[in-house]
Each structure stands twice: as structure tokens, then as C-alpha cells.
Design a protein around this ligand. Structure first.
Ligand code: LLP
Length: 421
């Protein structure tokens, strides 16, 4: 359930007409719904109720500080993967003890920043990283809390570019070597082992791969405890998928996922952390765009939009499907026709959809890309010197710009000339 619905023929974000937003701030623009974000966060929180837990929002999916602040006020922690994300989380007022730091390539600078600013735990992914973190912590007179991310060699059955839990992926340490690696971690002076971390991929549409991974983590918990380690926290990663089409796909619900967690690791008495991103932010956002031209090509019609692959890269990068719907509700029984829906960027990859059935569209019409809240704005760029796409947050009948569209002068002012030019 999300809060983008037609009312009186107009597509609304909660109680705001998207047409009004387009008139106020122009297009393209991302629009997020507060009620949807909160609803999705609470689904996870409730799914784990009764067991000690923390829902750490994977802010790589949507990292605007207004969104972080909104979720943090509900009790969310944050999963960060860079110094920049750490800085954003802190800027949004998230306390360090609610931030977990993931990622295969944390630099010593980033480690220092997090240790100085406060951190709940580092999810370390390799032995060299462990050694570096221990050194940095010792140099600051601190002990860094860690989990080790294990790679369970489970096939997440998702798009190859976003699967992370197979042995050929760069993530984590092979689970078969975990006991050895934990022994080294325990011996390093700057580290304190607090738990285990696992994350097998993103946009998973079935629970079986999670189940296989979590059972392995449960067995490992017992083995590590027998070796004398204190395993009090399990970070079970993110990855639960969302429906990208309104019609067929029905991925498992957070309640089913919560039940699976209880079933697989509930008996261990650990605090459970999860790192959902897409399920919280994905269907809470749309990309609003306007038709610049309708162009009749050879045997096909192109809908040329003012949004492009630099604003939403998922179709070009993962062949991802996003529903694209008119902002003016088509009348009942309105005829549809196929369009190739493209942006203005100078490469053929700037294609959102081919042969997509839409009601007849005209210059100036508005469309909304559904399910664009996750991995949308955060992956946007200024390719073709297109201004970075703005973001807006709706709350009931109010809306606010939470990241303004930069002017061309602002864009250009970031470049500087060397003294010899
Ligand atoms: N935790 C870790 C360690 C991750 O690497 C990720 C996502 C998450 C949590 C959150 O996963 P989620 O719940 O959002 O599925 N750009 C791609 C998705 C990349 C996901 C990377 N890691 C896309 O647009 O589909």
C-alpha cells in the first residue's frame, strides 16, 4: 500500500496533486510520501516486535537528510557505507550508537571518523580491513565493536548485479573460514566481537534464500559461542523485494520475513538488526516527468520525456521495469497504444521502456514513474550537464522541497580553473 492514488481524475501524493507540485517546482522531480515511508518502516519494526531488534535503514537507497530525520524520529537506526553517508546520518541527528557501518572498502579515514563520532558497530568484510580497524582504534585509544560479514554462498535468485551472497561475489568472508577469522579478530587489541553480519542481495522476491542464509548464521552462532566468542547481535542485512508492477508480482511481506527471522534465529537470544532499504523507500517515491515531444518514428512512437537516465538509471543499468502512469487519470476504457519511452540524453541507453502501452499522450502531459523512491535520486548524476534532479517531501496536504534543483550557475561554480588558464 502506498499513498499515490488517483482522486477526482488526478494522481495525488497523499493530499497533494502532483500537477500542483509540477507547477510549483517544475520537472523532473522526485516526490516522496511521508505516510508511506513511515508505514513501511513500522511494518518491519512490528514484524520484529517482542524480540530485541533495531531496524537500520539502508540509506544508500535514499539518503536525503529530511528522510533520515523522519525515520530516525520513529526509532530507526542507519546502515551507512561511506564517510559521506555517516556524515549525512549525523547531520540528520542520528546518534552514533544507532549507526552500523557496512561496506567492503572502508578507508582508515572513514573508520576514524566513525570512531570519533560514535558508532554502534562496524560490519567488517575482510582480514586486512580487520587489521586496519584495530590499528585505527588503538591509535584513538578505543575498542571498535565489530561483526564479521560472512558470505554464506547462497543464491539470492535476483539480478546478477545486486546479488551479494555467492562465493564469487566480493562481499564478506567465506562462511567456511569464519571460525579462523573470528579467532584472529578476538586476538586483535582494537576490536571487540559483538556478533555476525550477513546480507545476500537486493530485490529478493522469495524467502527461501534468506532462510538458507539465516540457518547457516544460526549454526555459526553456536559454533562461535562454543569457541568462546560473545555473539550477542545478528545483523541480517536487507534485501526484501518490492512489487514493481501493480499487477502480478507479490513479494513476501515484512510480517512473513519477521516470522522467518524468529523461526531461524529467534532461539539464540541475540539482538537482531536488519538493514532494509528498498522496501521502506521504494514505493514511497515517484519520479515526476513531463512529455516534451511525441515523435512518430518508423513503426513506433517515441514519448520523449524531460526525465532521463541521469535522473533514474535503473532501467538502463538493470533493465528494471518501472510502471509509468499518466498524472491525469485516463477515462474508463480509454484506448492505449505502445510507446517507446525515452529521455533527451544522447545515447540509446536512455530508454525507460519499449513498446509500453499507455493511453494517448500529448506534449506537456505529466507522467509518474512509480516505485522510484529507492535507488532513484541517490543514483542520479549531472550527465549531459543536466541539473541534479530535485526532491520533495509530501506530508498530508503540505509539500516541501528537500533538495532544490541547482541553477546552472551553481553547477558551473563548482568547477575551478587552474592558474595557467
Ligand atoms: N545492506 C547491505 C550491506 C547492502 O549492500 C544493501 C544493498 C542493503 C542492506 C539494502 O538492500 P535493500 O533492502 O535495499 O534491497 N542499486 C540497486 C540496488 C543495490 C543494492 C545494494 N545493496 C538497484 O537499483 O536495484
Amino acid at each position: 500500500m502506498d499513498h499515490f492514488q488517483y482522486r477526482n481524475g488526478r494522481l495525488m501524493a497523499e493530499d497533494v496533486a502532483l500537477e500542483d507540485i509540477a507547477a510549483a517546482v517544475g520537472t523532473p522531480a522526485y516526490v516522496y510520501s511521508t505516510a508511506t515511508l513511515l508505514r513501511h518502516f513500522k511494518l518491519f519494526d512490528e514484524a520484529l516486535s517482542g524480540m530485541p531488534h533495531m531496524v537500520c535503514f539502508a540509506m544508500k537507497s535514499l539518503s536525503n537528510i529530511a528522510i533520515l530525520k523522519l525515520l530516525a524520529a520513529e526509532g530507526a537506526g542507519m546502515d551507512v557505507v561511506s564517510g559521506g553517508e555517516y556524515a549525512r546520518a549525523r547531520a540528520a541527528g542520528v546518534p552514533g550508537d544507532r549507526i552500523v557501518f557496512s561496506g567492503v572498502g572502508k578507508t582508515r579515514e572513514e573508520m576514524r571518523m566513525a570512531l570519533e563520532g560514535g558508532i554502534r558497530q562496524f560490519n567488517v568484510e575482510s582480514e586486512p580491513e580487520m587489521r586496519a580497524l584495530s590499528e585505527v582504534a588503538v591509535s584513538l585509544g578505543q575498542v571498535a565493536p565489530i561483526t564479521v560479514r560472512v558470505n554464506p554462498d547462497v543464491d539470492a535468485r535476483t539480478h546478477a548485479k545486486i546479488a551479494t551472497g555467492k562465493s564469487e561475489n566480493k562481499f564478506g568472508i567465506p562462511i567456511a573460514r569464519a571460525r579462523e577469522v573470528y579467532a584472529e579478530a578476538a586476538a586483535l587489541p582494537g576490536l571487540k566481537v559483538v556478533g555476525i553480519d550477513v546480507h545476500i542481495g537486493s530485490q529478493l522476491t522469495e524467502l527461501a534464500p534468506f532462510e538458507a542464509a539465516y540457518r547457516k548464521v544460526a549454526d555459526l552462532t553456536e559454533a562461535l559461542r562454543a569457541d568462546g566468542h560473545v555473539i550477542e547481535r545478528l545483523d541480517l542485512g536487507g534485501g526484501l523485494g518490492i512489487p514493481y508492477t501493480r499487477s502480478n508480482e507479490v513479494p513476501p511481506l515484512p510480517t512473513d520475513y519477521g516470522a522467518l527471522i524468529r523461526r531461524t534465529v529467534g532461539h539464540l537470544g541475540c539482538e537482531v538488526e536488519i538493514e532494509p532499504g528498498r522496501l521502506i523507500s521504494g514505493n514511497a517515491g515517484i519520479l515526476l516527468s513531463r512529455v516534451i515531444y511525441v515523435k512518430n518514428g518508423e513503426g513506433r512512437d517515441f514519448l520523449i520525456l524531460d526525465g532521463a537516465m541521469n535522473d533514474l538509471i535503473r532501467p538502463a543499468m538493470y533493465d528494471a521495469w518501472h510502471d509509468i502512469v499518466p498524472v491525469r487519470e485516463p477515462g474508463a476504457g480509454a484506448e492505449t497504444r505502445p510507446y517507446d519511452i525515452v529521455g533527451p540524453i544522447c545515447e540509446s541507453g536512455d530508454t525507460f521502456a519499449k513498446g509500453r502501452e499507455m493511453p494517448a499522450m500529448a506534449e506537456g502531459d505529466l507522467v509518474a514513474f512509480r516505485s522510484a523512491g529507492a535507488y532513484g535520486a541517490v543514483m542520479a548524476s549531472e550527465y549531459n550537464s543536466r541539473a541534479l534532479v530535485p526532491e520533495l517531501l509530501v506530508h498530508g496536504d503540505q509539500f516541501a522541497v528537500i533538495r532544490a534543483r541547482p541553477t546552472f550557475d551553481e553547477m558551473i561554480a563548482r568547477d575551478t580553473l587552474p592558474p595557467w588558464l
